[in-house]
Design a protein around this ligand. Structure first.
Ligand code: ATP
Ligand code: MG
Length: 450
C-alpha cells in the first residue's frame, strides 16, 4: 500500500506555480524517504526543471531568499517556514573529495536524481504523477539498505562526507549498508581527512542520536578513527578490574546506549567519559587495574576531540564538564545535593546523575542494584530541591560584595572567598539565607580577621 503523502499546502502551491508555467517540478529527497518510511518529514525540498532565473519569475511576489542561487537553490518562506526549491542540476568537477566548485543546470529529473547520494534519497514525488524512483530506492527502503547511486568508489571519491552520511542514515534508520557501499567506505575512509570539520561534526552528532548508533560505532570504528583516533585506543583495552566485565570501548558503547538519545550533550559525555583511561592505566601488585586521574585526562581528550570538530561553545563546555565530574558518587543527602546543584545547576546536575546511571549500567552487574538505588534516590531528592529551592549561588545570597566592603573588608579576592564560605554554610544548612543573620555572621568573621 502506498503510504499517504501529506505535503503542506505551501508545497502544492509551489509545485503548481512551476508546473502551470510549464516547468516540471517534484518533491524530492528526505521528505519522500521519510513519508515512505511512515515518518513525518521535518522539511519538504522541491526540485524543478526551471533554471534559477525562471524560478525567480514564477515566484514573483512571494517571500524569497536568494542565498543559494548560484547553486540553483531558492528559499521561499510561507508563514515563517522555509521551503527550498532547487533547479535540476549535475555537479561539476569535484576537488579533493569535497563539494564541487561548479554546478550545471539540466532539464531532466533523472539526471538530478543520479547525482544524489543514496537510492533511498534519490526518489521524487508529485501529487498527480506519483513516485519517480529510477534507482530502486523503494526496494532498498523496504529491505533497510543504504546503497550508493552509481559506483560507490566513485561517489565517495567525489565527496567523502557521503561515507559519514551513509553511517548516519544507518544509525538513525537502523539500516544496513549494501556490501559494495560498505567495502568502499572501508577502502576510502582516509578521504574523511579532507572534509571540513563542521560537516563531519554535523553528521557525527546526528548519528549519535540514532537508535542504532552503538552498533554502527562498533562496526565502523576504523572509519570514525580517521577523525577521532582516540576512540580506537579504547578498543581492546582490558581494565583488569572486578567492577568491569568489558574493555574500555565496549564499556563506553554500553554507556552510550543507556543514555537518552535526544540529549546530545549526555550522549557525547557517555561515549567519551573514559576516553583517557588507556593513558592512565596502572596495575597494582595483585594485578588489579587502576586509572587514577582518568576523569581529568578524559576531559582533556574530550575537549581536544570536540574542538577538532569545531564544536560550538556551550555544547563543548557542558560535555567536558560532565566527563570531568562523571565519577562523582551520588549521595541522597540534602547537603550533597545542594552543593552540587549550586555548582552545576539543575540541567547539568540531572545530566551528571543520568551519566552516573548509564556508567553503572555499563559495568559488571555486581552491586548494580544498590548503586542504582543510590543514584535514583539522589535524583529524586534533587528534583525536590530544584522545585522547592532552585539553584543557590553567591549571586542569590541575601548579602553581597557591597555589604562586605561596608564592613571594612578590602576590595580584592577576599570578598569572593568570604562570600563563598558563607554560601557553603547556607548550602549546608548551618545558616539560613536571611540578610540580618548573614550580616551578623559576617561581622563576627570580620572582627576575627587580622
Ligand atoms: P535530513 O534532512 O533528514 O538529513 P535529507 O535526505 O533531506 O535528510 P539533506 O542533507 O537535507 O538530507 O539533503 C537533501 C537531499 O540532497 C538528500 O536527500 C540527497 O538526495 C541530497 N544530498 C545531500 N547531501 C548530499 C551529498 N553529500 N551528496 C549527494 N547528495 C546529497
Ligand atoms: Mg533535508
Amino acid at each position: 500500500m502506498e503510504p499517504r503523502f501529506n505535503p503542506p499546502p505551501a508545497v502544492l502551491t509551489l509545485l503548481d506555480r512551476l508546473e502551470s508555467a510549464g516547468y516540471e517540478a517534484w518533491a524530492v529527497g528526505g521528505c519522500v524517504r521519510d513519508t515512505l518510511l511512515g515518518r513525518q518529514p521535518h522539511d519538504w525540498d522541491l526540485c524543478t526543471a526551471a533554471t534559477p532565473q525562471e524560478m525567480l519569475r514564477c515566484f514573483a511576489g512571494l517571500h524569497l531568499v536568494e542565498t543559494g542561487l548560484q547553486h540553483g537553490t531558492l528559499t521561499i518562506f510561507f508563514d515563517h517556514t522555509p521551503y527550498e526549491v532547487t533547479s535540476y542540476r549535475v555537479d561539476g568537477a569535484y576537488q579533493d573529495g569535497r563539494r564541487p566548485g561548479t554546478v550545471q543546470f539540466v532539464r531532466s529529473i533523472k539526471e538530478d536524481l543520479a547525482r544524489r547520494d543514496f537510492t533511498i534519497n534519490a526518489m521524487a514525488w508529485h501529487p498527480e504523477r506519483g513516485l519517480f524512483d529510477p534507482f530502486g530506492g523503494q526496494v532498498d527502503l523496504s529491505s533497510g539498505l543504504i546503497r550508493c547511486v552509481g559506483n560507490p568508489d566513485d561517489r565517495f571519491a567525489e565527496d567523502a562526507l557521503r561515507m559519514l552520511r551513509a553511517l548516519r542514515f544507518s544509525a538513525v534508520c537502523n539500516f544496513s549498508l549494501e556490501p559494495q557501499t560498505r567495502q568502499a567506505i572501508f577502502a576510502r575512509r582516509a578521504g574523511l581527512r579532507q572534509i571540513a570539520p563542521e560537516r563531519v561534526r554535523e553528521e557525527f552528532f546526528r548519528l549519535l542520536g540514532g537508535r542504532a548508533a552503538t552498533a554502527v560505532l562498533r562496526r565502523y570504528l576504523p572509519v570514525f578513527a580517521v577523525v577521532l583516533p582516540e576512540l580506537a585506543a579504547m578498543k581492546g583495552f582490558d581494565q583488569h578490574n572486578p567492577h568491569h566485565d568489558k574493555d574500555v570501548w565496549e564499556h563506553a558503547l554500553a554507556a552510550l546506549s543507556a543514555a537518552d538519545p535526544t540529549d546530545l550533550t549526555l550522549r557525547l559525555a557517555a561515549l567519551l567519559h573514559d576516553v583517557g583511561k588507556p593513558l592512565c592505566f596502572l596495575q597494582d601488585a595483585d594485578g588489579v587495574g587502576h586509572f587514577y586521574g582518568h576523569a581529568e585526562k578524559s576531559a582533556q581528550l574530550a575537549q581536544a576531540m570536540l574542538q577538532r570538530l569545531h564544536t560550538e561553545g556551550q555544547l563543548c563546555r557542558e560535555t567536558v564538564e560532565l566527563v570531568r565530574f562523571h565519577d562523582l558518587r551520588p549521595v541522597p543527602e540534602t547537603r550533597w545535593v545542594r552543593r552540587r546543584l549550586s555548582r552545576f545547576g539543575p540541567v547539568q546536575l540531572r545530566r551528571l546523575l543520568a551519566l552516573a546511571r548509564a556508567d553503572v549500567l555499563a559495568q559488571a552487574p555486581a552491586d548494580r542494584a544498590a548503586r542504582l538505588e543510590m543514584i535514583d534516590a539522589t535524583a529524586a531528592l534533587a528534583e525536590k530541591i530544584i522545585e522547592q529551592e532552585g539553584q543557590l549561588t553567591v549571586a542569590k545570597l541575601a548579602v553581597n560584595g557591597q555589604d562586605l566592603l561596608r564592613l571594612g573588608v578590602p576590595q580584592g579576592p577576599q570578598v569572593g572567598a568570604l562570600l563563598h564560605r558563607l554560601l557553603e554554610q547556607v548550602l549546608d544548612g548551618v545558616l539560613p539565607n536571611e540578610r540580618q543573620t548573614l550580616l551578623d555572621a559576617l561581622e563576627r568573621e570580620v572582627t576575627k580577621m587580622p
